[in-house]
Design a protein around this ligand. Sequence first.
Ligand SMILES: [Cu+2]
Length: 466
Amino acid sequence: MGVKTLWITLAITAYSYLGTASALPVEDAVLTAPPHVPPAISRDHNARVVVHLETIEKIGTMADGVEYVYWSFGGTVPGSFIRVKEGDEIEFHLSNHPSSKMPHNIDLHAVTGPGGGAVSSFTAPGHTSTFAFQALNPGLYVYHCATAPVGMHIANGMYGLILVEPKDGLPKVDREYYVMQGDFYTKGKYGEAGLQPFDMEKAIEENADYVVFNGAVGSLTGENSLTAKVGETIRLYVGNGGPNLVSSFHVIGEIFDTVYIEGGDAKNHNIQTTLVPAGGSAIVDFKVQVPGNLIMVDHSIFRAFNKGALGMINVKGEEDKVVYSGKISDAIYQPEGSAIQTIEGEYQVAKAQSKEDKITFGKRIYNANCAACHQPNGQGIAQAFPPLAKSDYFNEDPTRGISAIVHGLEGPIKVNGESFNSVMPAMQLDDDELANVLTFILNSWDNKGGEITVEQVQKVRKQKAH
Ligand SMILES: [Cu+2]
C-alpha cells in the first residue's frame, strides 16, 4: 500500500469516527512527560492529530518529606507535552479517571474558540469528553484546567504546554527540554513534613510556600539534572502555570542566544533573563561552550534558594580556558594606605567567652552564610543541599565541617543514606566565626553536641583540600 492510499484509508477512518468533514490523514499524538519533549514534526503536510489525555488526582512528593495531592494532566506536573503543526486539526479526548473527586476540563491557549475548549471538555470522574480544533497560530501555548474554582485546579498542578510548530518548523537544535514553573500553597510552611493540604487563603494572598520547576523541589537537580555536552545547542520550552507568580527565568552561567518572546514569533537575542508570565511561555535557545553545572532559576532569587525554583543543566566536555578561565589566582589585596586607616577596638567583633556565646554568635553566622542552601532548620534540600540536622556525615567527624568551609567541598558524598554530588564553595570566615558556626550546628537540631575550637580550625586550615 502506497503512502497516498494509506492516507486515504486513515482519512476515511477519521471521517467515520467523528463525523467531521476532515480530509486529513490521522495520527496519534506522541505525548511526553517532563522534562522530555516529543520529537520535531518531520511531515510536510497537515494531519488530524488525536490526543488522549487523562486527568488524575494523586499523591506526589513536593519536597523531601513533604507530600501533596496533585491534580494532573497525564499523571505529571506539568502535564504531558503536546506537539502539533500549524494548520493541524487536533481531535482531543479528555478522560477523567474514575478515582477523581472533581470534574475537570481543559483550556488550551492554542485554541481559537470559546473558553479554549473548556466548556466542551468539562468531564465528570469516569467520563471522556471529545472535541476538536484547528491550530491556526504557531507558538508555545499553556493549557490548564478551567473548572471552578479555577485557581485551585491550577494551583494543584493542572497545567502543561502545547507547541504548535510553525509551517516550516523551528531551527534544529541538539537537545530540547520541557521546564515549567508553578507556585504552590500549603497549610504548613516550606519544608514542613507530612501530607500538606492546599491553603486557599495563602493562594488568594499570593503568598507561595513553594515556587518550583516541574512540580516539585529538586525535580531538576542532582540525578534529575538536565544533561548536555559542550558544543551542543539546547532549546528549553519554558512555561509558567502560575497560578499567581510571574517568572524571571534565568540560567546562571549562560546567555540565551535566542529568545522567542512569550513563545511567539518575535525573536530577541543575547538575553540574560526573560519574563515568563503566569499562563505564558518562552522558548530559549543557547549553545553551551564550557563544562559545569548551569543553574536555572527564577531570578526573584529568594524563590530559587528558599522556595525551590532551582534546576540544573549538567554540561560535560572539554574546558575552554579562553571562554572561561576558572580562578587564576588568589592574591592578597592591600589598597595603598590601608594600614593607616585601620581602627583598633571599635570595629572588633566581640569574642565569644563561653560555649553559650559561641552558639549565640554561631547562629547569626549560620543564618547569614549557610541557611540559604542548608535551610534555616538545617534540613537541606533533597538532591541539592545535604542536611546538617542529624547529619551522620558531619557528626561522625565535625572537622569535616571546618574543611568544607575552609577548602570548599565537592564530589560525591553520602549524608543519611542520600547521595549528593554537588559543590559547596569555600567561604570567607575567620577562625572565630568558623568555630562559632560549627559549635552552633553541633548543638542544634539533634546533633551530638560538643565544641569546635579555634585551634582545630587552624589545624585544618593548614591542611590542603582533599
Ligand atoms: Cu481540574
